[in-house]
Every structure is written in structure tokens, then in C-alpha cells.
Design a protein around this ligand. Structure first.
Ligand code: AMP
Ligand code: MG
Length: 352
């Protein structure tokens, strides 16, 4: 049983001097407590990555299976070398990726040093590392002087929270502190890459999770391999739910729909449509109890990405809606990561 406690929400404005807030949050973490901390992707449920009990508590509070490893967040890219052992042949690529995308929404899976506890990595020989661009997560990591292990601050399998209010709905009463810096600017979880050698022995990355650092952005830098390709793929990949078919799911059934097809509603069921622009032929049909566009009128993928989880949550909480229908999005750039999340949300229904 998780002990019930009062959850304090502290507002923090990264444009002001926040050192006292960072210090206070770091104090909670240093004592083994958990703090929900904003990043540019989603809100994370942070623990001191070197404190095994605190990390165990992250798994307990989220009801997350222990075979799903956590991402460690660092204040500076330079700090990562104390925790990882990057092979010499991959170092130039790691440096290049770090220079290009950190601080930012990219996670690199790297061979770890023993200082990282097994519980963080689910016993894997690698650790997932990120330097977020959000000032608050980096500020707290700087004040703690340890990496912060932080999965998304939601119960396992649920929609990731992109606001402090969503965190409180998910975890209120089971964690002591939430730092509230408003809505996340990216809104989708980080891109996860594992640097590796390709079949010809050339440095490449395996794309483990699509995210804001898109294939297009990576293309000029190195080859992007699918999971399972390249040398020594199998033994270092976790059986992680972030890669499971069903994940990121609302409580209600979600169906994916191609906007060019006619939608045939079932008698007596009320449907809510998550539309891309709100103007497609699908959105014009009259069978919807609610239509929520992701990028009203303009069809901008970046705007849609920021709103996706908040809109999924709003549909889930709308008592008038029984089934959520999501319009398929164009699969270019950020659309790939969004379709990845929507497919996993829809997979819950297929499996049920
Ligand atoms: P999140 O749930 O957003 O915190 O993301 C955690 C995900 O990162 C996991 O579900 C895995 O997919 C991935 N991950 C973390 N650590 C590793 C690792 N050592 N090797 C491969 N993937 C990892
Ligand atoms: Mg998650």
C-alpha cells in the first residue's frame, strides 16, 4: 500500500530566480521523497537516481512493472560521463548528437557504470540519459548534484501528464510535491535512441521510441536503424512497456480512423472525435457528441503534438463521450510520434 499524504503544489516560473524552489525540491529528493517535475516533453515523477529505495517507490506509486527501465535526467551533458562508459568508436557520434539535440527532448541509451543502480535500468547493462531543455528539471538536478530518474508522472499505461493539474489527478495524495511551471512545450515523450554500429561497423542509432527529435532531423547526422537492426541488438533491448503495443491509453476505448473513410456509428453509442484540423470530411459528419481539433484550422503538427495528451485526457473525462475516435494524422515529422502514441492507445481496445 502507498501511504496517503498531502500533495503540495509549488508554482515555479523559470524566468525568475528559482534557486530556493530547486533547493527545496532537491531536499525532498535527497531524503528519498518523490517530486513531480516539469520538462519540455511531459511532467516527470522524479527520484534521486542513486537512491534505490526512492526509485523503488517510483515503481510502486506508478504501479509500473519493474522490467520497465527509467530515464535519468542530467543538468549538463558533461555530467553523463561519470555514469556511462561509451565505447570509443561511438563517442564521436554521441558527442555530435549531444551537441545537436541537448538540452532537449532526446534520450540516449548508453552502456552504464556500476554507480547506476540495477533498479533504474531493470538490470540492463545500459542506462537511458537525457539533458532536458526545461530549466526546472535541470535546476533541480543541479541542486541535487545527482541525476534524477523520472518516468512520466502518471499511473502506468495511462496518458502522460502535460500539466501540473493532470499530475495531481493521476498521483495526488501519493507524492509530497509537484512543481507547477504550466503546460509542457513539446507535449510528447522524448525520442529514444541507442547509438550502435550498423552491419558494416559504422556508427548509427537505433530508434527505440519516436518523439520530437524526428527521423528527418536525424537524417543529416547518422543512419537511423529500426529496433532489432544492427549489432548486438537483442541482448541489450528491454522488454519495455514504452515499446509495448498497448500503452499511453485513455480509460475509454479509442479507435483510429482514416479521415477519407466514412464513419459508421453504432446505434446507442456516443462518440467524441479527436480531429486534426477540425475541417476534414470526417469532422463534418454529424455523429459526434464532441469534436476537439488538435490544430484548429491550420493543421500544424507541432501544435497538435503539444495538445494531443491534453485533448485525450479531456475526452476521457467528458461524461457525454463513450468512445473516442481519433483521426489519423499525416505520418511525417512529428506525425510519426503522434501516430505511434495513438496506435498504442488504440491497441488497448484490440487486445480487450
Ligand atoms: P518513460 O516511460 O517515458 O519514462 O520512458 C522510459 C522508456 O525508456 C522505457 O519504457 C524504455 O522504452 C526506454 N528505456 C529506458 N531505459 C532503457 C534502456 N536501458 N534500454 C532501452 N530502452 C530504455
Ligand atoms: Mg510513461
Amino acid at each position: 500500500m502507498i501511504p496517503r499524504m498531502e500533495t503540495r503544489v509549488m508554482e515555479v516560473d523559470p524566468l525568475e530566480d528559482c534557486r530556493s524552489v530547486y533547493k527545496e525540491a532537491a531536499g525532498v529528493l535527497a531524503e528519498g521523497g518523490l517530486v513531480a517535475i516539469p520538462t519540455e516533453t511531459v511532467y516527470g515523477l522524479g527520484a534521486d537516481a542513486l537512491n534505490t529505495e526512492a526509485v523503488a517507490n517510483v515503481f510502486a506509486v506508478k504501479a509500473r512493472p519493474s522490467f520497465d527501465p527509467l530515464i535519468c535526467h542530467f543538468a549538463k551533458a558533461k555530467d553523463i560521463k561519470d555514469y556511462t562508459e561509451v565505447p570509443a568508436e561511438l563517442q564521436p557520434l554521441v558527442d555530435k548528437l549531444a551537441k545537436e539535440f541537448w538540452p532537449g527532448p532526446m534520450t540516449l541509451v548508453l552502456p552504464r557504470k556500476p554507480i547506476i543502480p540495477d533498479i533504474v535500468t531493470s538490470g540492463l547493462p545500459t542506462v537511458a540519459c537525457r539533458v532536458p531543455s526545461h530549466e526546472v528539471m535541470r535546476g533541480v538536478a543541479r541542486a541535487l548534484e545527482h541525476p534524477i530518474a523520472a518516468p512520466s508522472a502518471n499511473r502506468f499505461g495511462h496518458i502522460s501528464p502535460t500539466s501540473a493539474q493532470a499530475v495531481v489527478k493521476e498521483l495526488g495524495g501519493s507524492i509530497p510535491l509537484v512543481l507547477d511551471a504550466g503546460a509542457c512545450s513539446e507535449g510528447l515523450e522524448s525520442t529514444i535512441l541507442m547509438p550502435c554500429l550498423d552491419e558494416k561497423g559504422k556508427p548509427a542509432v537505433r530508434l527505440l521510441r519516436e518523439g520530437p527529435v524526428t527521423r528527418e532531423k536525424l537524417r543529416g547526422i547518422c543512419r537511423v536503424l529500426k529496433p532489432g537492426k544492427g549489432k548486438a541488438a537483442e541482448e541489450v533491448l528491454p522488454n519495455a512497456p514504452g515499446q509495448l503495443k498497448s500503452h499511453y491509453a485513455p480509460a475509454k476505448p479509442l479507435i483510429l480512423w482514416n479521415p477519407r473513410e466514412e464513419f459508421t456509428p453504432e446505434e446507442g453509442v456516443s462518440y467524441g472525435l479527436i480531429s486534426y484540423e477540425g475541417e476534414s470530411a470526417l469532422a463534418q459528419q454529424e455523429c459526434w457528441t464532441e469534436v476537439m481539433p488538435l490544430s484548429p484550422g491550420s493543421g500544424r503538427l507541432a501544435e497538435a503534438a503539444v495538445r494531443l495528451f491534453a485533448v485525450m485526457r479531456a475526452m476521457d473525462e467528458n461524461d457525454e463521450v463513450q468512445v473516442i475516435v481519433a483521426e489519423e494524422l499525416p505520418e511525417t515529422g512529428l506525425g510519426c510520434a503522434m501516430m505511434d502514441r495513438l496506435r498504442r492507445a488504440a491497441a488497448k481496445r484490440e487486445e480487450a
